[in-house]
Design a protein around this ligand. Structure first.
Ligand SMILES: *[C@@H]1O[C@H](CO)[C@@H](O)[C@H](O)[C@H]1NC(C)=O
Ligand SMILES: *[C@@H]1O[C@H](CO)[C@@H](O)[C@H](O)[C@H]1NC(C)=O
Ligand SMILES: *[C@@H]1O[C@H](CO)[C@@H](O)[C@H](O)[C@H]1NC(C)=O
Ligand SMILES: *[C@@H]1O[C@H](CO)[C@@H](O)[C@H](O)[C@H]1NC(C)=O
Length: 330
């Protein structure tokens, strides 16, 4: 039997669709998921989360039964509604992210078919986890600068996201409420450096700036913005320079991404709609579908060990609206 408490808590407004009835099997899957994800809920929260989980699970099942280029799976977000996820993890308002005329000049000649900076050497730090704070832009920024420095010097050193959360406001960045990699690179350049992750660790919330100039371990000499919608230049930059930061629009189906090439015919493609920043570490193609290889900041458990592939060459979900990278000071 489904307890009355749940029916009460669902509190369906008159006229909304039917109550979702989890099967016993689904409820035991929820219990297992709670254990695996180390979550403990009181009774009220439990019966609030159960139907959300079940709805996500059914969505995943339906998607995987269809003919899509990507697969979905349960992950740490499976008991959140998209509204809740959006509030905790994504930008709430548009950032000023279009470079109408960038300062990256593509070289002559074709780019290689395949690039993966993870395989070229020790150039990419392990996947990090932003937690419930809209600080994706800081992870995209550190990831990009970490790689650029490693490629230039051979030293791969994790950099401080928290410094960017706490200190980069003068460059239109807003801590846990959003910001942009290009603006964060500008901040680092102006500030004359960024500290290491170990000395200035991440706490997933706004804090007061504790920058110490004598602890700087990396610096930016120039900020390179790629012209809006110029995905060919993005490829050339990744092929000839280093991984690059970009932003795109996360929609509901992306949360459940597990593997394959993500594609979405319905997401937006303009700079005012992008809500998440990430790091392109390479590109390739699969069954004739070109894709980007992208490092996310939602931990190792999400996607393919924290990475995802997204269709390349179509400005998918606005991914070519807002790309940039730094030239490090070495
Ligand atoms: C599945 O999708 C692929 C590529 O999108 C397409 O080529 C193929 O015909 C589809 N198969 C079916 C059974 O719809
Ligand atoms: C965009 O830029 C304008 C002008 O510099 C600034 O006032 C505004 O706060 C910026 N928006 C965001 C979201 O940073
Ligand atoms: C974090 O700081 C930014 C800017 O300093 C501010 O706009 C925002 O409201 C703060 N967010 C929270 C959750 O305190
Ligand atoms: C790159 O973008 C940043 C912020 O979005 C901007 O401040 C800077 O002037 C741009 N750089 C160039 C060379 O256009």
């Amino acid at each position: 039997m489904f307890p009355g408490l749940c029916l009460f808590l669902l509190g369906l407004l008159p006229g909304t669709s039917s109550v979702l009835e989890p099967t016993a099997q689904e409820e035991s899957e929820f219990k297992l998921w709670l254990l695996q994800n180390n979550k403990k809920y009181n009774l009220q929260e439990y019966y609030h989360r159960l139907p959300i989980f079940v709805e996500n699970k059914r969505k995943i099942f339906r998607h995987n039964a269809g003919n899509s280029s990507f697969q979905m799976g349960l992950n740490q977000f499976s008991d959140l509604s998209f509204m809740e996820f959006k509030k905790q993890y994504l930008w709430h308002e548009p950032q000023n992210c279009s470079a109408t005329k960038g300062n990256f000049f593509a070289a002559l000649g074709a780019s290689p078919d395949f690039v993966d900076w993870r395989k070229k050497g020790k150039y990419v730090t392990p996947v990090k986890n932003q937690g419930p704070c809209g600080s994706c832009w800081t992870f995209s920024t550190t990831g990009c600068l970490e790689s650029a420095v490693a490629i230039a010097t051979g030293q791969l050193l994790p950099l401080s996201e928290q410094q960017l959360v706490d200190c980069a406001q003068a460059f239109n960045n807003h801590g846990c409420n959003g910001g942009l990699p290009s603006q964060a690179f500008e901040y680092i350049k102006y500030n004359k450096g960024i500290m290491s992750e170990t000395i200035y660790p991440y706490i997933a919330q706004n804090g007061t700036c504790q920058f110490q100039p004598d602890k700087v371990v990396a610096d930016v000499k120039e900020v390179v913005n790629i012209t809006i919608y110029d995905e060919i230049s993005m490829e050339q930059a990744v092929a000839t320079r280093n991984p690059i930061s970009f932003a795109f629009e996360v929609t509901e189906d992306f949360l459940n991404y597990r593997s394959g090439v993500y594609t979405n015919p319905k997401c937006h493609s303009t700079p005012d709609k992008v809500n998440h920043a990430v790091l392109a570490v390479g590109y390739a193609q699969e069954n004739g579908k070109p894709y980007w290889i992208v490092k996310n900041s939602w931990g190792m458990e999400w996607g393919m060990d924290g990475y995802f592939h997204i269709e390349r060459g179509k400005n998918m979900c606005g991914l070519a609206a807002c790309a940039s990278f730094p030239i490090p000071e070495v």
